[in-house]
Design a protein around this ligand. Structure first.
Ligand code: F6R
Length: 258
């Protein structure tokens, strides 16, 4: 796992965006996996800037989002489809028909989830998956105890996730209890993963994910099994990493071309 520690959120967002640029430069029709939540907002802002100012082209890109709340229609103010439209898709030139966010209103969840996985396969698989990390160590909505082989399915959110996400809703009881989420196994099939983490409240989960044992209790720890993961973090989220100096050293060596 490559760990890139930046001083500020802006810096980490720009560094993360560079990975997307590098991919699109050699594969303009890449399949990108996207996450919602606060962590990737800076990355999305930077991608929008690069599109508008430097002509970064998304016209051949296909996208798949990690998850969606069950029960929220696409136009609900807190739906993840709406989040993606407002924070990224409406501001770049990705064709709408190429963007996929799980449906929060599908009635046959099992059939829908199988169809979503097939869409990913038919697109050739995900080249680069953007991830955040929950304060309980989840990736997508794979809460503690999720199978590390899990596939896209309906999941039940933990109390901690409901608390964390209540900030986006009027009150906690408005946060849907269920979501459709890509599984850990689905995520591990992406050819490359990029995780963004910022803020002190992510420090324990990030340390457990990167340096702790691989366990279904911290589903982000499954990324240790993946051969191509880059974690972009600020100093606050990195504050509990034991090997921090080592990661900085590797980074400096890489920048010096050694
Ligand atoms: C959202 C998602 C979640 C978030 C995580 C962190 O699509 O998959 O795993 O990445 O809950 O959320 P923020 O970034 O809001 O702290």
């Amino acid at each position: 796992m490559d760990v890139v520690i930046s001083k500020t959120y802006e810096e980490l967002s720009k560094a993360a965006a560079q990975l997307v640029v590098d991919l699109l430069n050699h594969k303009p029709n890449a399949v990108l996996g996207f996450a919602t939540g606060s962590s990737p907002v800076g990355l999305y802002k930077e991608l929008i800037r690069l599109h508008k100012k430097e002509g970064l082209d998304f016209s051949k890109v296909t996208t798949f989002n990690l998850d969606e709340y069950v029960g929220l229609p696409a136009d609900h103010p807190q739906s993840y489809r709406r989040f993606m439209n407002e924070n990224l898709f409406n501001h770049i030139n990705v064709p709408t028909q190429n963007t996929h966010v799980p449906s929060g209103t599908a009635t046959n969840h099992k059939a829908f989830c199988e169809w979503y996985e097939k869409q990913i396969r038919d697109a050739g698989g995900i080249d680069l998956q953007v991830l955040g990390i929950g304060s309980d160590g989840h990736i997508a909505f794979n809460e503690p105890g999720s199978s590390l082989g899990s596939r896209t399915r309906m999941v039940t959110l933990t109390e901690q996730t409901l608390d964390d996400n209540a900030r986006f809703f009027k009150k906690k009881s408005d946060v849907p209890r269920h979501a459709i989420s890509m599984g850990v196994g689905t995520i591990l099939e992406a050819r490359q993963c990029l995780m963004v983490a910022n803020g002190k409240n992510k420090a324990p989960a990030l340390a457990a994910a990167i340096e702790g044992p691989i366990t279904s209790m911290i589903t982000a720890s499954a990324l240790q099994l993946h051969p191509a993961v880059t974690v972009f973090t600020d100093a606050d989220a990195a504050s509990q990493l034991k090997m921090r100096e080592y990661y900085d050293w590797i980074r400096k060596q890489a920048q010096a071309g050694n």
